[in-house]
Design a protein around this ligand. Structure first.
Ligand code: UDP
Length: 562
């Protein structure tokens, strides 16, 4: 069946159920964004033309909202707790619905069981039942519940699962045996999924799929209006929880010399104020009122926490400058409580790396807050600069629809056989050698791997200098690492084409392979396809890196990916 774009979201709102504060928050958001979704659907429909889109049957099981996993979020929605996850789930639901797929939503174990056809009380049904869904979107909590209650069909159908995973899961942490042997500890379990089945909030590591969310978009009239009504001396502090403000008196004092400081910190009426007296605290605002506040403000300022949330994108979209602190040394699961136990080694160099790296000046200023001169100079400079509201395409409704459309139509983790095993015969003359001999181009007329996605001809291979991760090497060349291309590079033939002088070649399990070690002129191939990883580096190795191009403002998709 062909999927048809939908622009009326009232049925979706019914599907979302009711009761919990979290669902109420999500439904309000979806309702408010209806017109934007409808317009985006129209635009994407025009862009895609007559391309066939399969209608899928999709189950969305939001594990963290189930009582069975504690539902710690719902009671905190009105108290300044994290809303980012709810923003993202609301947008995922809207996306799947607007794209025209069949949708079921569950937020309790009971509903999950009845949708999977598991009789209640039959925890571990020995039979593998036909699964009535092509795709299941869930989170780590939901994954655990499915494993417990699907019996054998979990193993059979796990390739249909997509895990919404805010900060991402790197391959080394995903592979049970490897992670256990090498100390890649996580609190979230080892699932041996294809790393692309994990979907992140920001494009953290290309090893995972970038899901994202949306921010409200302004039309030209609104943009002009906002620009005219900005108060150049008005700042809003990023952070709904009082703890974020603790110990920041010094910075607030400096900021207060120049600007009027506003906050949206949750407070209880009989308790003493949580923030300094010179701050105008509005209390936690409903989302539309928070947007209004951002429209008037010139500066949105972060004090280091929360990491990587939606609010800075909303601020920038509403014409604010985002000022944030640089982290030196960077924060990671090795040195910061927040990231400890999360399945990633990613180093975070500022509060919001996406804002820093993908947006940057004049919208985003990342400075060393310990250097009070630098901090003060930034504030003064920001007050003098004029910026336009800006929203990267991948965070617009159209951009999100386009990206998820491409995933749904092209990503297939059930297809057998998996990636080419080590030792597989190399495809016929796959490379065109670039003049500098460290850069390989895929032959444009590559006739092997037909139908592969992303298409194999967008591969550009690089031999990294020692100590560099493929993620960074590709970015250096204006490209993005594409892990699904690793199998093409995992052969002696590839090393030969790159003119790497291998004295010996071995095949082992190591998330940095394929790679070359200079000292013994040793070449290493990857033995375990699940361990192909863009992330990761060691001074011992020159990694062999598969890169590809990407669409402007849509890093998840290559030029020919639509
Ligand atoms: N937000 C809100 N009221 C406020 C402050 C923020 O509704 O007073 C919303 C904001 O629009 C954003 C969401 O909270 O979409 C999550 O923001 P944040 O970046 O703080 O991420 P979190 O830490 O909540 O995940």
């Amino acid at each position: 069946v062909q999927a048809v774009f939908r622009s009326n979201l009232s049925h979706l709102l019914e599907l979302m159920g009711s009761g919990k504060e979290s669902l109420i928050f999500m439904k309000k958001r979806t309702k408010r964004l209806t017109a934007q979704w409808a317009l985006a659907a129209q635009r994407l429909a025009r862009k895609l033309g007559s391309v066939w889109r399969d209608q899928k049957q999709i189950l969305v099981h939001i594990g963290f909202l189930t009582e069975e996993s504690g539902d710690v979020f719902s009671p905190r929605v009105l108290k300044g707790g994290p809303l980012g996850e709810m923003v993202q789930w609301a947008d995922i639901l809207a996306t799947l619905y607007v794209l025209g797929h069949g949708l079921r939503i569950t937020v309790s174990l009971k509903e999950l069981q009845s949708n999977l056809g598991v009789p209640p009380g039959r925890g571990n049904c020995p039979l593998t039942m036909p699964l009535p869904f092509d795709l299941i979107y869930t989170d780590y909590h939901g994954l655990q519940q499915m494993k417990q209650h699907m019996g054998l069909s979990f193993k059979k159908y796990r390739c249909r699962i997509r895990v919404i995973d805010t900060f991402g899961t790197e391959p080394a942490y995903n592979h049970e045996e490897y992670a256990t042997l090498h100390g890649y500890r996580t609190n979230w379990g080892y699932w041996n999924l294809n790393p692309k089945q994990f979907m992140t909030m920001f494009p953290h590591t290309p090893d995972n799929s970038f899901m994202g969310f949306v921010s409200e978009e302004l039309n030209e009239t609104e943009k002009q209006l906002i620009k005219g009504s900005k108060a150049s001396n008005m700042a809003v502090v990023y952070g709904k929880e009082a703890s974020i403000w603790k110990g920041k008196e010094k910075f607030l004092g400096v900021l207060n010399k120049y600007m009027e400081i506003h906050g949206t910190v949750y407070y209880e009426s009989r308790r003493p104020p949580e923030v300094p007296a010179f701050v105008k605290n509005h209390g936690l605002l409903p989302q539309p009122e928070f947007q209004q506040l951002l429209r008037k403000a010139k500066l949105f300022i972060g004090f280091g926490f929360p990491y990587e949330g939606p609010a800075p994108l909303e601020a920038i979209a509403n014409g604010c400058v985002f000022l944030q602190s640089r982290f030196s040394p960077p924060h990671s699961s090795l040195n910061h409580e927040f990231f400890r136990g999360k399945p990633t080694s990613r180093e975070v160099f500022s509060q919001h790396p996406y804002a820093e790296n993908f947006i940057g000046k004049p919208h985003v200023w990342t400075v060393d807050y310990n250097n009070s001169e630098e901090f003060e100079a930034a504030i003064k400079a920001i007050m003098r600069t004029q910026v336009d509201p800006y929203l990267p395409y991948e965070y617009t409704c159209e951009g999100m629809l386009e990206r998820i459309h491409a995933y749904i139509q092209h990503q297939d983790f059930c297809a057998a056989p998996g990636p080419a095993p080590v030792g597989a015969r190399a495809p016929p003359s796959p490379f065109v050698l670039a003049p500098n001999a460290t850069h390989l181009e895929w032959a444009q007329n590559a006739s092997f791997a037909p139908g592969a996605w992303p298409p194999a001809h967008s591969l550009r291979a690089w031999l990294a200098t020692a100590g560099r991760a493929c993620t960074d090497v590709c970015l250096d060349h204006g490209l993005i690492c594409e892990p699904s291309f690793f199998p093409f590079l995992n052969s002696q033939d590839a090393f030969q084409k790159l003119q790497v002088p291998c004295d010996s070649t071995e095949s082992e399990m190591n998330h940095l392979y394929p790679a070359f070690a200079q000292p013994g002129r040793e070449c290493f191939l990857q033995k375990e396809p699940l361990l192909f990883s863009c992330a990761g580096s060691s001074t011992k190795y020159h990694r062999l890196c598969p890169c590809r191009d990407f669409r402007k403002g849509q890093v998840a998709l290559c030029q020919d990916c639509l």
